[in-house]
Ligand binder design. Structure first.
Ligand code: PMP
Length: 395
């Protein structure tokens, strides 16, 4: 190894470890369901994004198996050479129908999708107004585009309006985009999309919503744009197929003209191999299921509300979540880590989220109750929360 690399790694790994910021990775033995096994121990799982339990759903598994039998395990090429199977086309038609748009394009992941879509339309002559708490993949996608990036305070519509006005009136930019998460994953709050659309109209902003945590969850499962009835007003509805949808991949849904452009200009679509057929077939089955019935989404909300109310009754602070994402805010970073460690020792897998992922002093244990949890599992988890909360003086 080059000496420069060796000393770089040594120094930085040591620093992370001494600050308690080096994340040891837990390995799950088996499926990532409502109950998981780690080191042979059973734990109630409150940390996965498998909101609807679709990652282990029988219909999805069957669809994947049939597709593997018919098409094999790989797509064989990038989408623009000959990796586009009829399955990819069917998936994209389904996504457009599900999202209420003219067309859609799919990618290998949600992360990839942000890298692809932002840089396909924005460049150095443009400006992006970005919510301060946007996801890392949005930030990286914005950077890749070389556009000027202006962050606005989280969901602060006065700040957004001021910055939109300044940017538009400067006359320096050819295009201006406003970009936001639909659901903010650390607090579970929703973006103020009606106000964002109003500001966008006033200053001719391109609107871009990453609904990674909203698809399958908000808007009776159809997402946060649908929740606000703004399907005609948002230019880019993007998201992931790996959380509530349960499989893997990302998508952009929007006007046909936009999707046509992304098909010829978004680099991961052109230069990275297409999603394997088994995954695509499972995703089609997931969206079919969500279009047929809202039952799983209803169960998710019921469990989310039950767990949130349970924590509040015990005296925990759960913040301003508007979705099933339930943060339990502890504050101090070390105490938050200790709290999560004790929960895990007692059989509840709920991870600590601390600075720099969230602002200093707002450490929290983030809980994701899912449609797959039973009331008994949630009660068991609440009992552990009560025990650990009293033990550590949090309640
Ligand atoms: N955008 C947001 C807002 C996310 O929360 C995530 C997942 N953490 C992603 C994009 C990335 O999605 P994927 O896991 O499919 O790459």
């Amino acid at each position: 190894m080059a000496k420069a690399l060796d000393s770089f790694l040594e120094e930085n790994l040591q620093q992370l470890k001494s600050q308690g910021l080096y994340n040891e990775i837990d390995v799950i033995e088996g499926a990532n369901g409502p109950v998981i096994e780690i080191d042979g121990r059973r734990l109630i799982n409150l940390s996965s994004n498998n909101y609807l339990g679709l990652a282990t759903n029988g219909q999805l598994k069957e669809a994947a198996k049939c597709a593997i039998d018919r098409y094999g395990v790989g797509a064989g090429a990038v989408r623009t050479i000959n990796g586009t199977l009829d399955l990819h086309q069917k998936l994209e038609e389904k996504i457009a129908e599900f999202k209420g748009t003219e067309a859609a394009i799919s990618y290998q992941s949600g992360f990839n999708c942000n890298m692809a879509a932002i840089s396909a339309v924005m460049d150095k002559d443009d400006c992006i107004l970005s919510d301060q708490l946007n996801h890392a993949s949005i930030i990286d996608g914005c950077r890749l585009s070389k556009a000027k990036i202006v962050a606005y305070a989280h969901s602060d519509m006065d700040d957004l309006r001021r910055k939109a006005k300044e940017t538009a009136e400067s006359g320096r930019y050819r295009k201006i985009m406003v970009i936001t998460d639909g659901v903010f994953s650390m607090d579970g709050d929703l973006a103020k999309l009606p106000e964002i659309v109003e500001i966008a109209r006033e200053f001719d902003l391109i609107t871009y919503v990453d609904d990674a945590h909203g698809s399958g969850v908000t808007g009776n499962g159809r997402g946060t744009v649908k929740h606000f009835g703004l399907e005609k007003d948002i230019d880019f509805q993007i998201g992931t197929l790996s959380k509530a949808i349960g499989v893997v991949g990302g998508y952009v849904a929007g006007k046909k003209k936009l999707i046509d452009w992304l098909k010829v200009r978004s680099r991961p679509f052109l230069f990275s191999t297409a999603v394997p057929p088994g995954d695509v077939a499972a995703t089609i089955a997931a969206i079919d299921l969500l279009m047929r019935s809202e039952e799983l989404t209803r169960r998710l909300w019921e469990n989310g509300n039950y767990f949130k109310e349970g924590l509040k009754k015990l005296g925990f602070v759960t913040g301003n979540s508007e979705t099933p994402i339930t943060p339990c805010i502890i504050g101090d970073e070390k105490l938050t880590q200790q709290f999560s460690k004790r929960l895990i020792e007692e059989g509840v897998y709920a991870k600590a989220i601390v600075y720099p992922t969230v602002p200093k002093g707002t450490g929290r244990v983030r809980n994701m109750p899912t449609a797959g949890h039973t009331k008994e599992m949630l009660d068991e988890a609440l009992a552990v929360y009560e025990k650990v909360g009293r033990e550590l003086g949090v309640i």
